[in-house]
Design a protein around this ligand. Structure first.
Ligand code: HEC
Ligand code: HEC
Length: 286
């Protein structure tokens, strides 16, 4: 539980100390930093630059294969990105909320939520971390970027272009693929089809570990202002959203919502006439 009363006391005490112009010791200097970081944008504190993209990439990669917390081993794609970000912040902000979060709480999200192949675990873990690090508006903007970028970029990045250290038996480069969407299913299957490796292969597991590293690094780049979150969503690249958006006019096509690229799943549509595709076939319930 987050003890907000205690945090308020700490901050009040601090303002008094600063106003009084008292000599700031190492510890209280730290608290100044902490209080300044606890802004409306980063409620529990974040200083641009305090997380390093490469170190976070490495920690996410290593965490994918497992780290020990309280004597038990925890692992997986969603734990990897969440733990990489939050465990570092727990050390940097010992007074903040981060240290009170058991990072193994995201383990369930592996394999697209309990192995169901829905949202990619690396994205799920990273999104949860962003939800803690940032206020809602900024979290959503960065999560949106993460979903767009991961769906449209050749991944995982190559060892020759990142600073990842991998075990000696796995120093091979992996072929890259474009996931086409945010689902674990799309991400894994498109990679398997692109490379010829089976979903249970060592290479596919290695691919998702490196992907976890890429996602953690991307989050840190956004937090540090190195990457500015993209404002557009995949749906903006198609005409579909003109009619298929969240709204009250059912007949105009407003019985869907979503910002994904519709055309990755919906192919071979009939030409869209003014009132829809083939209204004579589809009727809304009477
Ligand atoms: C991940 C795959 C996927 C993506 C991406 C996707 N859809 Fe769908 N959509 C489905 C599935 C599955 C259904 C359920 C009906 C079906 O099986 O055809 C569906 C149903 C629909 C229907 C109703 C179909 C019917 O037969 O009446 C519409 C309209 C639709 N989607 C529009 C969109 C639009 C617009 C987008 C983009 C914003 C989108 N979809 C993105 C998979 C997808
Ligand atoms: C001009 C408005 C409009 C646009 C643009 C539009 N739709 Fe539709 N769409 C409709 C309406 C209205 C319906 C329901 C009535 C119908 O099918 O005629 C519909 C039905 C659908 C359906 C279910 C029927 C089918 O044809 O399978 C799918 C899937 C769908 N749209 C996907 C898309 C996708 C993907 C795009 C973008 C490539 C798109 N729509 C663009 C208006 C539109």
């Amino acid at each position: 539980m987050i003890d907000t009363t205690r945090r308020k006391i700490l901050k009040t005490g601090l303002i008094g100390a600063v106003a009084g112009g008292s000599l700031i010791s190492g510890l209280s200097l730290y608290k100044v930093r902490e209080a300044q970081a606890a802004t409306a944008v980063h409620p529990y504190g974040y200083y641009p630059g305090e997380l390093d993209a490469d170190a976070s990439r490495q920690l996410a990669y290593d965490s994918f294969f497992g780290v020990f917390i309280d004597g038990a081993k925890h692992s997986g794609c969603a734990f990897a990105t969440f733990h990489a970000l939050i465990s570092q912040l727990a050390e940097l902000h010992p007074e903040g909320a981060y240290g009170q979060i058991p990072t193994q709480m995201m383990e369930w999200a592996a394999g697209g939520v309990a192995g169901y192949g829905s949202i990619c675990g690396t994205l799920n873990g990273a999104s949860a971390a962003l939800g803690l690090i940032c206020a809602n508006a900024q979290a959503k903007s960065m999560i949106g970027d993460l979903l767009n970028w991961s769906a449209t970029t050749l991944l995982p990045t190559r060892l020759s272009e990142n600073n990842l250290t991998v075990p000696s038996q796995r120093t091979y480069e992996l072929e890259q693929s474009i996931s086409g969407g945010n689902l674990c299913h799309m991400s894994v299957t498109n990679w398997c089809l692109a490379t010829g490796y089976a979903s249970g292969s060592e290479q596919r597991i290695e691919r998702c570990a490196r992907l976890a590293g890429d996602v953690a690094a991307r989050v840190v780049d956004m937090l540090n202002g190195v990457v500015v979150p993209a404002a557009t969503a995949p749906v903006d690249k198609t005409s579909c959203g003109q009619c298929h958006k969240s709204g009250t006019d059912f007949d105009a096509g407003q019985f869907t919502l979503g910002r994904m690229d519709c055309t990755t799943c919906h192919i071979e549509l009939e030409k869209v006439p003014e009132n829809g595709h083939h209204w004579y076939v589809i009727r809304k319930p009477e």
